[in-house]
Design a binder for this molecule. Structure first.
Ligand SMILES: [Ca+2]
Length: 178
């Protein structure tokens, strides 16, 4: 069998690798194997952080808009998920209180979160009175926070997260008004 015919037949013969390997492997594997082991720890973490599905809510169309009163629904409880930098970045909820003789009322806002991923910025809920520029901010797992609100205005709550590395939040927002 000529040299050419041996090479060609190797393309079709299952055992032909055994002929070539003893020549090539010993010299290449030593230094290469070492380099691979050194590089391995620098590979990025597994991207098994889930994405929150888009739910198409917005400040204009909140996921819930609830009227709270002493004789009706006394609390707003809403649970959902958000994620960053991809997926659904923010959710919006709204609530209103009866406007009695006192236009100021204190409520408690609680944001409870289960967080997956490395966080650079603590996720938060922000409570906006309609049109007010400076929202009151409540951080994840901070516990109940007292917020004094204007009962003549609808209150918007935005829960959001900002992160350049993958982060996923399962949260429950709770507003206790009475
Ligand atoms: Ca959303």
């Amino acid at each position: 069998m000529s040299r050419l015919s041996l090479v060609v037949s190797c393309l079709f013969a299952a055992g032909c690798g055994a002929v070539a390997d003893p020549v090539d492997q010993p010299g290449e594997l030593g230094p290469d194997a070492g380099a691979i082991e050194i590089d391995a720890p620098t590979t990025p973490p597994p991207d098994d952080i889930p994405l929150a599905p888009f739910d198409n809510d917005s400040a204009q169309a909140p996921a819930v808009d609830q009227f709270l009163s002493p004789t009706g629904e006394r609390a707003l409880v809403y649970g959902d998920q958000i994620s960053a930098p991809d997926g659904d970045l923010a959710d919006f909820m709204a609530f209103r209180l009866p406007s009695g003789s006192n236009s100021q009322q204190r409520v408690t806002v609680t944001l409870t979160c289960t967080i997956l991923g490395e966080l650079a910025v603590i996720p938060r809920a922000e409570v906006f009175a309609g049109g007010v520029q400076n929202p009151r901010t409540i951080a994840c797992n901070e516990g109940p926070v007292f917020v004094t609100i204007d009962t003549t205005k609808s209150q918007l709550v935005r829960v959001d997260v900002a992160s350049e590395t993958p982060v996923h939040l399962d949260y429950e927002l709770r507003v206790d008004a009475f």
